[in-house]
Structure formats: structure tokens, C-alpha cells
Ligand binder design. Sequence first.
Ligand code: HEC
Length: 131
Amino acid sequence: MFRFLTPARLSAAIVAGAVLAAALPAAAAGDAAAGKAVFTAQCAVCHSAAKGAKPILGPTLFGVVGRKTATMPGFAYSPAMKAAGGVWTSDRLSTYIAAPAKTLPGVRMTYGGLKNPAQLQNLIAYLNTLK
Ligand code: HEC
């Protein structure tokens, strides 16, 4: 199966792969298309993914990666979410979505948490595309 991979081609492939990996943010490791399906099944009932969309039960998640917590205009956040502070990074989103109530006690997001690590990684990759 690797008969076309001469050592020269192999090292070229490794260099290309390394360049590509360096260019991508760490969070892009997941499969965004699969993550969109997770979003549709688990989040879309309460969150839109569209720019400027009105809140459903929760604020739109368009542009959430890199956004300061609790800053979507026109959404009435809980005191707990307002007090959280900081910015939504991929890592922070992973921790939060895996266990919302445990990570930020008192938030009004009635969602039990996404326990499947592959689904979580794919979902984060999808959230990174919402910009
Ligand atoms: C039952 C409705 C519901 C579901 C399902 C839900 N959320 Fe939420 N979400 C909310 C609400 C309500 C808030 C605001 C919480 C607060 O202010 O305490 C929120 C807040 C958030 C925030 C913070 C947004 C900001 O502007 O700071 C993120 C991120 C988030 N949700 C991600 C998700 C993801 C990803 C999923 C799917 C895995 C999901 N939520 C599922 C209702 C929901």
C-alpha cells in the first residue's frame, strides 16, 4: 500500500503535514461537519448559530469562540454567567459543555453535559467555524 511512498515523497508528505498542523489551531482537530450534527441535535433547540440571531432560550453562538462571556447584546444572562468573566476559548468551552452546572454553578443552561469526548471535540471544531 505504501509502494508509491519513496523516502523523498514520504519526507515531503511529513513536511506538508507538519506545516498544515502548525497552521491550524489546536481546536481544529475535530470534525466540524460531524460537530454541526451534534449541535443540531443537542444545542439548536436553545441556541441559534446565525450571526445576529435572536436568542431562543440561550444566546446565539455565532462568534462565541473568542467572545467575552455573557456579552451577547439583548440577552438576559444569569448573575452566575455574568460573574464568570473571561473569554470563551476552545478549552474553556470543552470544559463547560462537558459539565455546565459543575463548571459554572448557578447558570441557567439546563443541559446535562456532553460526555462523549469525540462528539465534544467535533462540536468545538464546529463552534470554531461560526465566524
Ligand atoms: C435547554 C436550553 C439549552 C441547551 C440545550 C443548551 N444551552 Fe447553552 N445556554 C442556555 C442558556 C439559557 C444560556 C445562558 C445561561 C445563563 O445566563 O446562565 C446558555 C449559555 C451558553 C453559553 C454562554 C454564551 C455566552 O454568550 O456567554 C455557551 C457557550 C453555550 N450555552 C453553549 C451551548 C452548547 C454548545 C450547547 C449544546 C451542547 C448548549 N449550550 C445547549 C440554554 C441552553
